[in-house]
Design a protein around this ligand. Structure first.
Ligand SMILES: CC(C)(COP(=O)(O)OP(=O)(O)OC[C@H]1O[C@@H](n2cnc3c(N)ncnc32)[C@H](O)[C@@H]1OP(=O)(O)O)[C@@H](O)C(=O)NCCC(=O)NCCS
Length: 193
């Protein structure tokens, strides 16, 4: 598979928004969110292209940034990560026609290398759990080697619709859950490993 991984920029905004609307959230919050994320050099947005076509993306933002996070969880994350550099997983998605080809895994390996290069110490990872119980991102992030499991939170995305993010499965009344992990950045991570 002729896939390349590189940094996404504002020139990729339309592709990133379209991918997100297909695979994760849709709604009026999506475009402004990625405009903000891509505009800041602190954040890391990696894209994967296949034969020059945009196929998927993995985005981490600097800091603790979990919209919809219950206050007690936010406080716990703050205590556990105090004084350390944290990046939060924001988006992982691959276009349908390119799934199960290892692209998200490659993006993850490249992200780990980039996180290490930037001096990140911890990654805050959130795995989306759909109403049928599936959690497609769990294995994608296996390279992070778990970390501290902070728990499973029901209806985690419920409040996001008020911010203009709607669930592709549930629409505006999202009942999906999330599992949250705080992980050290592993020593592996070269995308060519
Ligand atoms: C999740 C997603 C990014 C995976 O992308 P992908 O390129 O197909 O993933 P990969 O081919 O790199 O697979 C990586 C690992 O995850 C596993 N995996 C991929 N999709 C899976 C799924 N739907 N259910 C369970 N495991 C899955 C693969 O089997 C593989 O594990 P292995 O290395 O042990 O074989 C893609 O399915 C997607 O965009 N889904 C919709 C958006 C979404 O749910 N994102 C997660 C939000 S937290």
């Amino acid at each position: 598979m002729n896939a390349d991984i590189s940094h996404a920029t504002l020139a990729d905004l339309d592709d990133l928004v379209a991918l997100n609307e297909e695979a994760l959230f849709y709604g009026k919050g999506v475009r402004p969110h990625f405009e903000r994320v891509l505009a800041s050099p602190d954040n890391i947005a990696l894209k994967c292209t296949v034969g020059g076509m945009f196929a998927g993306a993995l985005v981490y933002v600097k800091g603790i940034a979990l919209p919809g996070c219950p206050p007690e969880l936010a406080a716990r994350i703050g205590r556990l990560s105090e004084g350390r550099t944290v990046y939060t997983g924001d988006t992982v998605a691959v276009k349908r026609e390119y799934r199960r080809l290892g692209l998200a895994g490659r993006l993850c390996a490249a992200m780990i290398a980039e996180l290490r290069r930037r001096g990140a110490e911890l990654a805050l990872n959130e795995f989306w759990i759909y109403p049928d119980g599936s959690a497609p991102a769990r294995k994608v992030f296996a390279a992070f080697d778990g970390g501290i499991r902070l728990g499973r939170y029901e209806n985690f995305y419920r409040d996001l619709h008020a911010m203009g993010f709607h669930c592709p499965v549930c629409g505006e009344a999202c009942v999906c859950a999330a599992e949250i992990y705080l992980a050290e950045i592993p020593e592996v991570g070269d995308e060519n490993d």
